[in-house]
Design a protein around this ligand. Structure first.
Ligand SMILES: [Zn+2]
Length: 214
């Protein structure tokens, strides 16, 4: 009898955990400006940098960033308009995670967004609010939200194999995913810091995702 009770408890806990982990994270849609002009600029960017005629991606990687700004709104408004001052596609990320772990979705998950040179053709971007002045100050709530969000994306897009920080853009070339047609087009990056990526790796590596050592 005692064994039966124990088994039932175990089964109950297992189901509870199974259901809990299957729950998608709460995501708040907060779309940036999206129109034919943005699609046109996306097409131009994809042709110039990747030699591809695409505006949507098949996700192969998730790239983690920090905003280097104090609020999610400051990042949102940076990404909001279609074009940069030079008339090319504006930078944008698919998600922003606020310091309290709130997840905002800015575009379609498979939109081609400009957030990391060489990988935009296949990478979903997550921006985390913080990193002002290069400080490795992302919060526990941001870490938990990134774990949930990446888990959700991996379940939804089994084509996702890699997770790396923006600062790992060079070593991530080992994936074979790096592609850039414009010579000497490069920007040095430190976001989102090795400490944050190390903890993400510990939390997610069991899911079969590939990380690089921090
Ligand atoms: Zn970045």
């Amino acid at each position: 009898m005692r064994l039966r009770t124990l088994l039932l408890c175990w089964l109950g806990l297992y189901c509870f955990l199974g259901i809990a982990s299957a729950q998608p994270p709460v995501i708040i849609d907060k779309p940036i400006l999206w129109n034919d002009y943005r699609e046109e600029l996306m097409t131009e960017y994809a042709r110039a940098h990747y030699g591809m005629d695409i505006t949507r991606i098949t996700p192969r990687a998730v790239v983690v960033h920090w905003t280097a700004g104090p609020t999610w709104e400051s990042a949102f408004w940076t990404f909001y308009h279609e074009a940069m001052s030079d008339g090319t596609l504006n930078v944008a990320s698919h998600f922003i995670v606020d310091r309290d772990g709130t997840i905002y979705r800015l575009t379609e998950e498979t939109a081609l967004n400009r957030h990391i040179i060489g990988y935009n053709w296949c990478a979903i971007g997550i921006e985390n609010v913080g990193g002002v002045g290069g400080a490795e100050d992302l919060t526990e709530a941001e870490l938990a939200a990134n774990v949930e969000l990446i888990h959700y994306l991996r379940q939804k897009y089994p084509t996702i194999e890699y997770v790396f920080g923006h600062y790992q853009q060079d070593i991530a070339r080992e994936s074979g995913l790096y592609l850039e047609k414009v010579a000497d087009y490069y920007a040095f990056k430190t976001d989102p810091g090795a400490y944050f990526m190390g903890r993400l790796r510990t939390a997610l590596v069991a899911e079969g995702l590939k990380f690089w050592p921090e």
